[in-house]
Design a protein around this ligand. Structure first.
Ligand code: E4P
Length: 217
């Protein structure tokens, strides 16, 4: 399972990338706005930090302009993935961009039918938003399970990129549901390393080791 960082904060991304465990990055207009920086500059910098797929989202809502924006974003670096909203126009754009051999990430996916259409449009990735479904009282993780079943039933190549994940439990459940990738906020990634029994066990080991008076080096 690939782990992507859901951020446009390049300082934070550099810190996460030092673990060697970040396979890609996703951004959206909200994250770009939060960075306070020029989008093209941020995406270029992210692509210099991360070798894997880096999602950059179009801002237009009509297919012809989305295509133009996508082609421009794809010129920033070879690992740019053009992120397109899951609308009729978005899927028309996805079909065209995919036919040009460009990578696409169809975002704002909230239903199995939408995921079916994204796969038929040739999307490289589909991004079902787990947390935002949970926010509405729905079962966001069930959508990941259902899309996995759908894609396996028909051998679709589109990768499931579990998005809008808010907790380490979300990541764990998405992995067990068979998501191909998960994108997560920096804090969620950091929280994945933690377990109270690890902290407690290490404390005991260090105390016992100190009693031996030994040094490995
Ligand atoms: C990533 O591709 C999505 O834009 C992101 O995960 C959305 O997360 P949010 O629902 O927490 O804003």
């Amino acid at each position: 399972m690939l782990l992507f960082a859901d951020t446009a904060d390049t300082k934070l991304l550099t810190e996460l990338a030092e673990t060697g465990l970040i396979d890609g990055c996703t951004t959206n207009p909200t994250l770009i706005a939060k960075s306070g920086r020029n989008m093209a500059e941020v995406i270029k910098e992210i692509c210099d930090i991360i070798e894997g797929p880096v999602s950059a989202e179009v801002a237009a809502i009509d297919a012809p302009t989305m295509i133009k924006e996508g082609e421009k974003l794809a010129k920033i670096a070879t690992n740019v993935v053009i992120k397109v909203p899951l609308t009729l126009e978005g899927l028309k754009a996805t079909r065209e961009l995919s036919s040009q051999g460009l990578m696409t990430n169809v975002t704002l996916c909230f239903s199995v039918n939408q995921a079916l259409l994204a796969a038929k449009a040739g999307a490289t990735f589909v991004s079902p938003f787990v947390g935002r479904l949970d926010d509405q009282g729905a079962d966001g993780m069930q959508l990941i399970h259902d899309i996995r079943t759908l894609y396996d039933n028909y051998d679709f190549d589109t990768d499931i990129l579990a998005a809008s994940l808010r907790t380490p439990a979300h990541v764990q459940q998405a992995a067990l549901a068979g998501a191909d990738c998960a994108t997560l906020p920096a804090q969620t990634f950091k929280d994945m390393f933690r377990h109270p029994l690890t902290d407690k066990g290490l404390e005991t080991f260090l105390a016992d080791w100190a009693k031996t008076g030994q040094s490995i080096l």
